[in-house]
Design a binder for this molecule. Structure first.
Ligand code: KG4
Ligand code: ZN
Length: 351
């Protein structure tokens, strides 16, 4: 039960990239099922996500994944109060599969449809395991496609403090991993290899973005790593993969921690959360834990399975949209470049 006394059960769907996922979530915080069908093995063959293959696989899997999520939650479709689906940002063909499936199920059953912003989903993953967490708080969102530092003013209300000017943090991890021969997906591999390396071995730059305290830039760091690798090759020196991974990771972590802690103190916040695939990075988590401890700030982070793409987080975000009266029509479309904060207000049909 929530504070309106009503129990709201949501079937949530996520297909924005290479995970076909569906979940059943009660009142935004209780996950009854969280089914994720990953395509990672398939895309590994190509060294990254191939959009056309992703869409095709989503089509093959979506019905089965939705069915499984209802079954393992012990629920029927008729028990659902809403269908929540990611409608952007992401790969357009991939998003379309989830949006079309959600619209079809909603139309056939008469259950209301709610479009959810993917990044709102990542942020909302924190509500699932931290029942006490409520806005306002500062959140660092670091994934394969996004790096944002935001103030979560209220449920579904965001003030963006900073964002990346070029590569997302996860993208930098993936590109550097490929360059040092670790392959795809790069983030978890660098995380693992870096544990054997010396983070102080190579002095990679900590990028500053001149006119902003909060924006990020990771393409200079990526180039510095590539230059280092080239110069080693020219000198005939063998590189130490673990040292490169650890030094690169330290450079990313230092910048993320510095910007985050600056934001927390400037905003006078006592709560800080992280979200997105890179939020499962062990070095980032322990550095932020230490920094928050020092600054007397409560630190919130989701389990790794709720950091990377999943549908439970979409069910959490969808619940708060539901509470606000957001309902979408069958004209809901996939919006690959959907901006955070641009989100649903202008597209509500329930008001
Ligand atoms: O949130 P996510 O699953 O998908 C997007 O919305 O982009 O994030 C995927 C990204 C990938 O770039 C992946 O390499 C990165 O998150 N990632 C990590 C780790 N696990 C996943 N990066 C660093 N360390 C990790 N342990
Ligand atoms: Zn994501």
């Amino acid at each position: 039960m929530n504070n309106t006394g009503e129990t709201v059960t949501i079937l949530a769907i996520e297909t924005s990239c290479d995970e076909t996922a569906a979940a059943v979530v009660v009142n935004g915080r209780e996950v009854l099922s969280n089914v994720i069908s990953s395509q990672i093995d398939l895309h590994t063959l190509y060294g990254g996500v191939v959009p056309e293959i992703a869409s095709r696989k989503h089509i093959e899997k979506i019905n089965q994944v939705m069915g499984e999520s209802l079954k393992s939650a012990g629920k029927n479709l008729s028990d659902m109060d809403a269908i929540a689906v990611t409608y952007g940002p992401g790969l357009v063909g991939a998003l379309l599969v989830g949006v079309s499936a959600a619209k079809a199920v909603s139309f056939a059953s008469g259950i209301p449809l709610i479009g959810v912003h993917h990044i709102e989903g990542h942020i909302s993953a924190n509500y699932i395991e931290h029942k006490d967490l409520e806005p306002p708080f500062v959140c660092l969102v670091v994934s394969g496609g996004h790096s944002h530092l935001v103030v979560v003013e209220d449920y579904g209300e965001y003030r963006i403090l900073g964002r990346t000017r070029d590569d997302a943090a996860g993208e930098a991890f993936d590109k550097v991993a490929r360059a040092i021969g670790l392959g795809y997906p790069g983030g978890p591999k660098i995380d693992r290899v870096a544990r054997e390396g010396n983070p102080g071995a190579i002095a990679f730059p900590r990028a500053k973005v001149g006119d902003s305290d909060y924006d990020f830039s990771f393409s200079g760091l990526k180039s510095a790593v590539l230059n280092y690798l080239n110069s080693c090759e020219m000198k005939g020196e063998k590189i130490c993969q673990a040292d490169v991974a650890a030094s690169f990771q330290k450079a990313v972590v230092d910048v993320l921690v510095e910007h985050s802690m600056h934001a927390v103190s400037e905003c006078g916040m006592k709560k800080f959360a992280i979200a997105g695939g890179v939020a499962s990075n062990t070095a980032l988590r322990s550095a932020l834990m230490e920094a928050c401890d020092r600054q007397g700030v409560a630190f919130y982070y989701p389990s790794p399975v709720l950091c990377t793409d999943n549908a439970a987080m979409i069910g959490a975000a969808g619940y708060y949209e539901y509470r606000k009266g957001v309902r979408h029509g069958y004209d809901l479309n996939a919006i690959p470049g959907l901006k955070l904060g641009d989100s649903l207000a202008r597209q509500r049909t329930g008001e």
